[in-house]
Design a protein around this ligand. Sequence first.
Ligand code: UD1
Length: 419
Amino acid sequence: MATYLIRHTPRLSGEVEVSTAKNAVLPILAAGLLTEDPLIIKEVPRITDVETLVSILRDCGAEVNRSGADLSICALQPQSPRNEERMRKLRASILILGPILARTGSACVGLPGGCAIGQRPIDLHLKGLQTLGAQVHPLGGMRQLSGRLTGARIYLDLPSVGATENLMMAASLARGSTTLENAAKEPEIVDLANCLNQMGARITGAGTGTVNIVGVERLHGAIYRPIPDRVEAGTLLCAAAITEGSVLVRGACAEHLRSLLFKLAETGVGIRETPAGIRLSGTAVSPFELRTLAYPGFPTDMQAPMTVVALRCHGASLLNETVFENRFMHVSELCRLGARIRVENNVALVEGGHPLRGGVVRSTDLRAGAAMMLAGMIASGETVLQDPAGHIERGYQDLPQKLRTLGAEIEQIEDCAGS
Ligand code: UD1
């Protein structure tokens, strides 16, 4: 079990570099299955979600090699993965479905897992692929899909990030043109489209609600550097905002963080966008209200860290979670540290301005784990954060080390293998 010891941190200062985005790297890795040429991805973060997807890609017959910070993937003859168990470890494992089906005409995959923050069905992925001409057969806990794909008009009932990515990849090798309506607009969608276009795809409109994809006969290799991680950058900014910080998050892209930056500014901190990154100074004091939404709305992945910011503010803040149905698991852990939070109908009412005291808490999912690390920094004395599932290492490269660079006192006292 990974366990962290966190001591009270009155002030963070200095500079820290943001890593490449997990949520951009994972679909781009899956895109490597679309071509027989090597796809080289630059600056891939060392996180376990990447390791898990790499092992799934190898199980699909791809050769994946790391050279320093870069990964190369070469899929001469992709096939369906044999290990269903591995698929369950990672929600993003479903992103191999569209590429394998489009490339080979058939795919059989297990249902994906990931954080238990809601039901997280894959109906939109399957419905979209069906509209492109695939036949879908349930096979126990697996789904078997087959058929030659043909371009079509697809309307997504929800702007699902994963479904938009899967369908963009599948449609790139379909016969004819595809239009995705009500597509997700996240920066990671634009990044995947840019990478696919470098591989020879013909995608326009990514980043808007309507994405057009003209299918091509084959895609070729490319060298691609994904965007910086906006969630990691946002988490580091929140860490600064709760600790009277003066912190420069190098490489952070303000354009991708607009809703968070406005919200943080509302709390009274100073935000400065510079060519090098984003600088935050001051402490959050004014309470706020937010509602999580699809991009460009407020990101659900920043809701847990912002709950900790709300604890620092003087007065009542409201956080309304509308994207996932079970994303307040961190609240009961925060209450163990003395936080005053009530959750009703997916709204957290946070009574901020009361001191937290150190204690023993658990990381319940990826973003909640990072939020608990932040909470430990503002609690008095020492906090022990247990992360039995290794959530933090799944999605953040060196988060404790990065916070330590800024002056936090965080030690990992046990690793995932136990010690
Ligand atoms: C991605 C991100 C995740 C982020 C989420 C929302 C990756 C690897 N993960 O997850 O960090 O929190 O976007 O911004 O990029 N839904 C359905 N049917 C489907 C698909 C989704 O009902 O077939 C629902 C989900 O249950 C959820 C909502 O749509 O309530 C949004 O999910 P989606 O955008 O698909 O999230 P992911 O791609 O899984």
